[in-house]
Design a protein around this ligand. Structure first.
Ligand code: ARG
Length: 411
């Protein structure tokens, strides 16, 4: 029986090498799948490339809406920022891509699953675990398993007549609707400022002297209207990306702890994520109680950690989803943001579910807050802390006295 392998195909060097490798070394028919999560590549070009590589069949799947509704929106509800910075653009897309590959794998009755990830990155973790969670078929990952580097891959490509753009790329890029990750090249020096030409979504020069404003309306934790206009999820993300990017908002530069332990310098352009997560978490603070706010930020951190670490399918993540979903019912309202020369600031928020009360908060005479109640409250609130300190003071005094006595006796 002919063996049949399937892989997610981007048309780049790694996945092209994998196609040839499966054909030549494993004697397989190859099925390629390109999943559109808003990376902005030309699907026809990629399909033509796959054909030239001699694949048995190529699929192009538009998964952008599913990406927004099933992955990006849940991440907004979780205010998801790995290590407080990274909005998980790549991490969110991988389980969806792998899921689509599995769907076609079933239809095509393939005998093996493959991917083009290296052994140094996070994507291998995300692909392997999603594929493993949905299938028992063997996983072939030649770049990782053969310990291939770029030079060896280029030689392999040349030997096999794979047409690869020979222009040396300045950076390694992964992009989708939620963000653009820029790695490698001069960025590998973590002290060096990223050059302007690393960025294409966010304006870095000649920024306007006038601020821009964004008004974002949320319902049940997801954004539904921007600047007074109801927008479809996909359009909404694109709109905010454009507007914030042109105000210079959305560049992130940080040191990231990868799953495999490597520390890497990561640079991102994520204008929509920066605005929507900032606005969403601000609205939550207005609507949720103090206790909900404190607890949810722990849940949000754990959710982000699991998703970053390739554990989208873990039961813990599903349980956290349940909590987060329940917490989002009252998160409706409008947040106003000011964008100015790369800076971003919430300047206003309102909600019908707001717990903010002017008559309680005001310093004016109309205040209904009875300050006298505070005295007893503070007394009880700090009781254990003040007791502990009292005890410490007493012990110190006793200790001093003993020392004193001791030195008297020595005399
Ligand atoms: N560090 C990010 C992550 O692991 C982005 C990785 C970008 N991927 C890439 N193949 N260039 O999610």
């Amino acid at each position: 029986m002919t063996q049949k392998g399937i892989l997610a195909f981007s048309g780049g060097l790694d996945t092209s090498v994998v196609v040839k490798y499966l054909q030549d070394e494993h004697d397989m028919d190859v099925i390629t799948v390109t999943v559109d999560v808003g990376q902005g590549d030309d699907g026809k070009k990629i399909a033509a490339k796959a054909k030239r590589l001699g694949v048995k069949r190529h699929y192009n799947i538009d998964a952008r809406e599913e990406f927004v509704n099933g992955y990006i929106f849940p991440s907004i509800k979780a205010n998801a920022l790995y290590q407080k910075k990274y909005c998980l653009a790549t991490a969110l897309a991988r389980p969806l891509i792998a899921k689509k590959v599995l769907e076609i794998a079933k239809k095509e009755r393939v005998t093996s699953l493959a991917h083009g990830c290296s052994g140094k990155g996070n994507d291998q973790v995300r692909f392997d675990i999603t594929l493993r969670s949905g299938s028992n078929l063997p996983i072939i990952a030649p770049i990782r398993d053969k310990n291939l580097d770029r030079v060896t891959e280029l030689k392999f490509a040349k030997r096999h007549g794979i047409d690869i753009e020979t222009v040396a790329k300045k950076f390694s890029i992964d992009q989708n609707l939620w963000g653009r990750a820029i790695e490698g090249g001069v960025l590998e020096d973590p002290y060096r400022e990223p050059p302007d030409d690393a960025f294409i979504w966010v304006k870095t020069k000649n920024l306007s002297d006038r601020p821009a404003y964004l008004e974002i309306k949320f319902e049940g934790g997801i954004p539904v209207r921007v600047d007074g206009k109801a927008m479809e999820p996909l359009k909404l993300i694109e709109y905010v990306n454009k507007k914030a990017g042109s105000a210079g908002v959305g560049i992130v530069d940080h040191i990231e702890d990868r799953v495999v332990g490597i520390k890497s310098r990561e640079v991102y352009e994520t204008p929509a994520a920066a605005c929507l997560i900032e606005a969403h978490s601000d609205l939550e603070k207005m609507v949720h109680t103090k206790h909900e706010n404190r607890f949810k930020s722990l849940i949000d951190d754990e959710w982000s950690y699991l998703v970053y670490s390739g554990l989208w399918q873990d039961p813990l993540k599903t349980d956290l989803d349940g909590f987060i979903e329940a917490s989002q019912k009252p998160i409706s309202g409008t947040v106003r943001l000011k964008l100015f020369k790369g800076g971003l600031r919430v300047i206003g928020r309102k909600s019908e579910r707001s717990l903010y009360s002017h008559e309680i908060a005001t310093y004016g005479t109309e205040s209904t807050f009875d300050q006298r109640l505070a005295r007893g409250f503070v007394e009880l609130w700090g009781m254990q802390s003040t007791e502990a300190n009292k005890l410490q003071r007493r012990r110190k005094r006793r200790c001093c006295k003993k020392k004193h006595l001791g030195s008297d006796m020595m005399r």
